[in-house]
Design a protein around this ligand. Structure first.
Ligand code: ADP
Length: 209
């Protein structure tokens, strides 16, 4: 049966464990693309999006070496919704175009399935690019504690970031599959292995173990 490689969208709130999960699948030989990495790529020096941003805001959004000064740009768009919308109109179509290319390459490739890891899978419309949606779920208290530890922010800051994101229940309602990442990393690896067997079966290929 020659079916094309299924794409699994992986999402979850901040510090839910998306990167950790992606690495666990990668150890099983599964390729992935991260929408955050792609978002950074489209504003690298030489990219048309960076030229458009520099033309609108000038040198103040560039570092001495010509790279985007993200902090300066964030400050400009933070309190100005119309600037944020303009910025998104410049970057989002390019991010999407690049993701579509990467996913098409996965679909042509040899992998049994592949991952699109995206914090904004549902919010950005990227869910339409994938065949299944896998939500990494943790209680908010765990999210807050892991964010505070990883990003060296205090609990109030971590709580505010979590509160600004899509509510846990809404994300879960849109999930085809869920990983419960409230436990330890061994428990996480077991859940990834179980999903790996199911996803390989989806692709019409026998499990490898
Ligand atoms: P995301 O990519 O969703 O923001 P990460 O994969 O970076 O989340 O995980 C957030 C933090 O929590 C990291 O420091 C990671 O090492 C830690 N972490 C992830 N899963 C677990 C787990 N099951 N047990 C303990 N710590 C975890």
């Amino acid at each position: 049966m020659a079916s094309k490689t299924p794409i699994i969208g992986v999402t979850g709130g901040i510090a839910s464990g998306k990167s950790t999960v992606a690495r666990a699948f990668a150890r099983l030989g599964i390729p992935w693309v991260d929408a955050d990495d792609t978002a950074r790529e489209v504003v690298e020096p030489g990219e048309p999006a960076l030229a458009e941003i520099a033309a609108r805001y000038g040198q103040r959004v560039l570092q001495a070496d010509g790279r985007l000064d993200r902090r300066a740009l964030r400050e400009i768009v933070f309190a100005a919704p119309e600037e944020r919308r303009w910025l998104e109109s410049v970057t989002h179509p390019r991010i999407r175009e690049r993701l579509v290319e990467r996913l098409a390459a996965f679909r042509r490739g040899e992998a049994p399935y592949a991952l699109l890891v995206s914090p904004l899978l549902f919010e950005s419309g990227q869910a339409a690019l994938v065949d299944r949606r896998l939500v990494i779920d943790v209680p908010e208290s765990v999210q807050i504690a892991r964010t505070a530890r990883r990003d060296d922010v205090d609990e109030a800051q971590a709580r505010a970031i979590v509160a600004a994101q899509m509510p846990r229940e809404e994300r879960l309602q849109r999930a085809d599959d869920v990983i419960d990442n409230a436990g330890d990393e061994a428990g996480l690896a077991e859940q990834v292995a179980a999903l790996d067997r199911r996803y390989r079966a989806l692709a019409g290929l026998p499990g490898s173990r």
